[in-house]
Design a protein around this ligand. Structure first.
Ligand code: GTP
Ligand code: MG
Length: 380
C-alpha cells in the first residue's frame, strides 16, 4: 500500500526516526469526543481498511478493557518491509454535552498524564528494559458536525489536551454536511483554534525534502480532517465495491478524497508522520511532563493521586466538611475544659491563700503564746 503512495513508514526521513525504527515502534492513538460521533466506528474502519490480512501485514488484534477508566484498548501489530509497529488504539467512552457532565472528560486527561507518570517511574528504576508504554502519540478529537463552530466545551477540552498530547481535530460524520457547509465549518473551526490558542499537531515541514514538505503542507491545510466511518462494503453507481455509507442519492465513500479526508488522516497516522508523532511526543510532551513533575517533587517520590473525577470530588468535599465540623466541636470542648481548669486553678489559689492566711495567724498566735509563756516563767 505504501509503495503506491510513494511515501511509507519504511522511507525514513531522518536520522532520529531511524533510531526509533530500529527498536521497532510503539504507536498509540486515542480517540476522544462526545458520545455517538463515530469514534468506535472510525477505529474499526481504520482496522478494516489498513490492517486487513489480504495485504502483507502481519496482524494481531485483541481487545482489553481497562475497568478503572472505562477505556477500551485495542492492540494490533503491523509490519512493512521489516519495520515493525506495535499499534495500540485507545477507545474512550464519549462524554455528554449537558452541564452536569461538564467534567466527565477529566478521567481522559488523567489517563494521558498517568501514562507519562507510569513511564517516568519505570525510567527511574535500575532495570530499565521491558517498559510498558501507553503514552499517547496522537489524540483524535471528534467535533460534532453542527455546521456552526467549536462549542465552549470543545474549546475547554482541546486546550487541556493540547498541552499534553498531539491533538488531531476531526469533523465527525462528514457525510451529514454538504460540501459547502463543510468548507465553511472547517474554516470556522480553524479560526476558533487560532483565536483560542489551541495547540494542535503540525506535521513537520522538512526543508531538504520537497515532496515530503508539500505532503505535510497539504495535510496541515486539510485540518480539521472530515471523516466518514464505515466498515460496510457497498456498491457505487459505477459498480465499484467500496467502504462507505449508502444513501438514496448515492454512496458516501470512506476512501474517496472528494468525499472526506479519511485517506489524509490515515496517511498522517500510519504512513508519513507516525515516527514524527512518536519522537515529538517523547521530546515535547513527555519532557514537559517530566520537567513539571521534577520541579514539584523529589526524585522517586510518588505522585499524590488527585481525584479529578467529579464523583470523587463530591465525596472529598463532604469528607472535608465533616472533618472541619469535628475539629470545631473538638476545639469547643477543649476551650470549655481550659476554662474549667482556669476556674479550678483560681479556686485552688484562693484556698492556698486562705491556708496561707490561716498559717500566718496561727504562727502569730504561737508567737504570742510563747511570749506570754516566757513572761510567766520569768516571774516565778
Ligand atoms: N452518518 C454517519 N454515521 C456514522 C458515521 N460513523 C459512525 N456513524 C454512526 O453513528 C453511530 C454511533 O457510532 P459509534 O462509533 O458507536 O460512536 P462513538 O463515538 O463510539 O460513541 P460512544 O462510544 O457512545 O462515545 C452509529 O450508529 C454509527 O453507525 C459517519 O461517518 N457518518
Ligand atoms: Mg464508542
Amino acid at each position: 500500500m505504501a509503495s503506491s503512495d510513494g511515501i511509507g513508514i519504511a522511507n525514513l526521513p531522518n536520522q532520529r526516526h531511524k533510531i526509533v525504527a530500529k527498536r521497532g515502534a510503539h504507536f498509540t492513538i486515542m480517540v476522544v469526543g462526545e458520545s455517538g460521533l463515530g469514534k468506535t466506528t472510525l477505529i474499526n474502519t481504520l482496522f478494516s481498511t489498513e490492517l486487513s490480512p489480504a495485504k502483507n501485514y502481519s496482524r494481531r488484534h485483541y481487545k482489553q478493557l481497562d475497568k478503572l477508566t472505562e477505556v477500551e484498548i485495542i492492540k494490533a501489530e503491523l509490519e512493512e518491509k521489516q519495520f515493525k509497529v506495535k499499534l495500540t488504539v485507545i477507545d474512550t467512552p464519549g462524554f455528554g454535552d449537558y452541564v452536569n457532565n461538564r467534567d466527565s472528560w477529566a478521567p481522559i486527561v488523567d489517563f494521558i498524564d498517568d501514562q507519562h507518570e507510569a513511564y517516568m517511574i519505570q525510567e527511574q528504576q535500575p532495570q530499565r528494559n521491558e517498559k510498558t508504554d501507553l503514552r499517547v502519540h496522537a489524540c483524535l478529537y471528534f467535533i460534532r458536525p453542527t455546521g456552526h463552530t467549536l462549542k465552549p466545551l470543545d474549546i475547554e477540552i482541546m486546550k487541556r489536551l493540547g498541552t499534553r498530547v498531539h491533538v488531531i481535530p476531526v469533523i465527525a460524520k462528514a457525510d451529514t454536511l454538504t460540501q459547502n457547509d463543510l468548507f465553511t465549518f472547517k474554516q470556522r473551526i480553524r479560526d476558533a483554534i487560532a483565536a483560542q490558542n489551541i495547540r494542535i499537531y503540525q506535521p513537520p515541514i522538512e526543508a531538504d525534502d520537497q515532496a515530503s514538505a508539500d505532503h505535510a503542507r497539504i495535510l496541515f491545510e486539510a485540518m480539521p480532517f472530515s471523516i466518514i466511518g464505515s466498515t460496510e462494503d457497498v456498491q457505487t453507481a459505477d459498480g465499484r465495491v467500496v467502504k462507505g455509507r449508502e444513501y438514496l442519492w448515492g454512496v458516501a465513500e470512506v476512501e474517496n478524497e472528494q468525499h472526506c479526508d479519511f485517506k489524509k488522516l490515515r496517511s498522517l497516522l500510519i504512513r508519513t508522520f507516525m515516527l514524527d508523532l512518536i519522537s515529538t511526543t517523547e521530546e515535547v510532551h513527555y519532557e514537559n511532563y517530566r520537567q513539571q513533575q521534577m520541579e514539584t517533587r523529589k526524585f522517586g517520590e510518588r505522585k499524590v493521586k488527585k481525584f479529578n473525577n467529579p464523583k470523587f470530588q463530591e465525596e472529598e468535599e463532604q469528607l472535608r466538611k465533616r472533618f472541619t465540623e469535628q475539629v470545631k466541636a473538638e476545639e469547643a470542648r477543649f476551650r470549655q475544659w481550659e476554662q474549667h481548669l482556669i476556674a479550678e486553678r483560681d479556686r485552688l489559689n484562693k484556698d492556698l491563700e486562705m491556708a496561707h492566711g490561716a498559717i500566718k495567724s496561727l504562727e502569730a498566735e504561737l508567737d504570742n503564746l510563747q511570749v506570754g509563756y516566757g513572761r510567766s516563767t520569768g516571774r516565778r
